[in-house]
Design a protein around this ligand. Structure first.
Ligand code: NDP
Length: 403
C-alpha cells in the first residue's frame, strides 16, 4: 500500500483522487496539493462522502521548485502524480529529482509562450532520472496514454507490424452551453488552433489548423465531423513503432464550436502573446479562459458519450495477410458524473492516471529513467481499464479507412 501525492485539483485531479481512494489496497494514502487549497478541500470532502476516506490537502505553487521539493520531503510519497498544467511538468520533475521520488503525468511539457507539444524537454531528463535511480512515466491519460496502450496491445496480440494508425477522438457529449471546452480552455484552445501535423513516410507533414475534415460514424454517438490535428502521442508512437508509414490524430468538433472558435481566432482572442490593455500586459487567451465556463461546472449538465480509439492496419500476427483492427472505449458523461462528480473528459483522463500510478507503485511497470507508455507491457494496463470504468472493445474492420 503506497502513499501518493497528486498535484493539481482540476477535473482530472478530482477523478484520479476519487479513483485512488476507491482502491485502498493499492493507494494506502492519497494527498492532494494545488495552487488553490479550497479546490483540494472540496475534492477531499467529496471523496470522504463517497468513500469514507480522508485525503490530506496542501496549497502549493508547483512553479516554485524549492517549495514543491519541501512539500514532497514533508509528505514522503512513493510517487508524485502531476495533474496540474503542462507548464508545471519540468518544475515538478526537478522537485522529484531533488526529493528522490518517482514522477508521472498526463500531458507533455509546453513552454507558455509557444504551443509546441514536444517530448524533447522531458526526454532531456532521461540521464538525470537514470542517475538518480528514479522513474518518470510520461502521458498516462487517455490521449496520450490509453491510445498508446491500445496501439501496443494490437502490436502484441493482433499485428506483427503496424503500417498505418489513426487515433479517433470523439466527444459526443452536449453540455448545453453556446461555447465551452471540456478541459482547461487555455490548453484546449492552444491545442486546436496549432497547425495540424501527421507522420508520413518518416517525416512530419504540416497542414493548417482544422483544414482537413472527414466524417466518421462513431458507435454510441453517430456520424460526426472530425478534424486532423497534431497530438503529442504521435511523436512517441512514431519513435516506438518505427515501421509505421503513417500516423494521424483526429478529433470531432461540432459546427457551433468551429464557428465560435473561428470568430475568436479572427478577432485575436486566442493569441498567446501579451498585449497591453489599460497599461497592463494581458494574454488574450488567458483572459478568454477567465470568461468561459469552468470545465468542472459542466459535469452536471453534460449528456452523451465519448468514443476514443485506434484504427490500425498491418500484417497480421497469424500470417493471414494485412488486417485492420479498431480498438476503442465508450464512456458515458452522466455515469462518470454519478461516480466521481466529473464529466467523461476528466474521467477518461483521471482513470488512466490512477492506473499508471497503480502500476508504478506496485512495481508492475518499473525502470530507471524517463519512459513513455509504449515502452511497457500493455496487458496489465488494459486489464485495469476493464476493471476500473473504461472497458474497451476490439473488432476487425473489412479494410483500412477509405481516406
Ligand atoms: P484544470 O485546469 O481543470 O486543472 C488544473 C489544476 O492545476 C487546477 O486546479 C490548477 O489550479 C492547478 N494548477 C495550475 N497551475 C498550478 C501551479 N503552478 N501550481 C499548482 N497547481 C496548479 O485542468 P484539467 O484537470 O482539465 O487537466 C489537468 C491536466 O491533464 C492538464 O495538464 C491537461 O493538459 C491534462 N489532460 C490530459 C489529457 C489526456 O488524455 N492525456 C486529457 C485532458 C487533460 P487553479 O484551479 O488554482 O488554477
Amino acid at each position: 500500500m503506497a502513499k501518493v501525492l497528486v498535484i493539481g485539483a482540476g477535473g482530472v485531479g478530482s477523478v484520479a483522487v476519487h479513483k485512488m481512494a476507491m482502491n485502498p489496497d493499492i493507494f494506502g494514502e492519497v494527498v492532494l496539493a494545488s495552487r488553490t487549497k479550497s479546490k483540494c478541500d472540496a475534492i477531499a470532502a467529496s471523496v470522504k462522502q463517497r468513500t469514507g476516506r480522508d485525503v490530506a490537502t496542501y496549497q502549493i505553487d508547483a512553479d516554485d521548485v524549492a517549495a514543491t521539493t519541501a512539500l514532497i520531503r514533508e509528505v514522503k510519497p512513493a510517487l508524485v502524480v502531476n495533474l496540474a498544467l503542462p507548464y508545471q511538468d519540468l518544475a515538478i520533475m526537478d522537485a522529484c529529482l531533488a526529493a528522490g521520488v518517482n514522477y508521472m503525468d498526463t500531458a507533455n511539457y509546453e513552454p507558455r509562450e509557444e504551443a509546441k507539444f514536444e517530448y524533447k524537454w522531458q526526454w532531456a531528463y532521461q540521464e538525470k532520472f537514470k542517475a538518480a535511480g528514479l522513474m518518470a512515466l510520461l502521458g498516462s491519460g487517455f490521449d496520450p496514454g490509453v491510445t498508446s496502450a491500445f496501439a501496443m496491445w494490437l502490436k502484441k496480440h493482433k499485428l506483427k507490424t503496424i503500417r498505418t494508425l489513426d487515433i479517433l477522438d470523439c466527444n459526443g457529449g452536449d453540455h448545453g452551453q453556446h461555447f465551452a471546452t471540456n478541459f482547461n480552455p487555455e490548453i484546449n484552445i492552444r491545442e486546436v488552433t496549432a497547425p495540424a501535423r501527421h507522420w508520413e513516410n518518416g517525416d512530419w507533414v504540416e497542414t493548417p489548423a482544422m483544414a482537413v475534415k472527414q466524417t466518421f460514424d462513431f458507435e454510441a454517438v453517430g456520424p460526426k465531423n472530425m478534424y486532423l490535428m497534431y497530438h503529442e502521442e504521435l511523436e512517441s508512437l512514431a519513435k516506438f513503432i518505427p515501421e509505421m508509414e503513417r500516423a494521424r490524430f483526429w478529433m470531432t468538433f461540432g459546427d457551433a464550436y468551429i464557428t465560435h472558435l473561428t470568430v475568436l481566432q479572427n478577432v485575436g482572442m486566442t493569441r498567446i502573446d501579451p498585449v497591453i490593455y489599460e497599461g497592463k500586459e494581458i494574454i488574450p487567451l488567458q483572459f478568454l479562459k477567465a470568461v468561459l465556463p469552468e470545465p468542472s461546472s459542466l459535469g452536471s449538465t453534460t449528456k452523451g458519450k465519448t468514443n476514443i480509439g485506434d484504427i490500425a492496419t498491418g500484417e497480421a500476427l497469424d500470417g493471414s495477410g494485412e488486417k485492420t483492427f479498431y480498438i476503442y472505449n465508450i464512456c458515458d458523461h452522466e455515469d462518470a458524473y454519478a461516480e466521481t462528480g466529473n464529466q467523461a473528459v476528466s474521467y477518461t483522463t483521471g482513470v488512466p492516471a490512477m492506473i499508471g500510478a497503480a502500476l508504478m507503485v506496485q512495481g508492475v511497470w518499473k525502470g530507471e529513467g524517463v519512459f513513455n507508455m509504449e515502452q511497457f507491457d500493455p496487458d496489465p494496463y488494459m486489464d485495469m481499464l476493464n476493471k476500473h470504468g473504461l472497458p474497451w472493445q476490439v473488432k476487425e474492420l473489412e479494410g483500412p479507412l477509405a481516406f
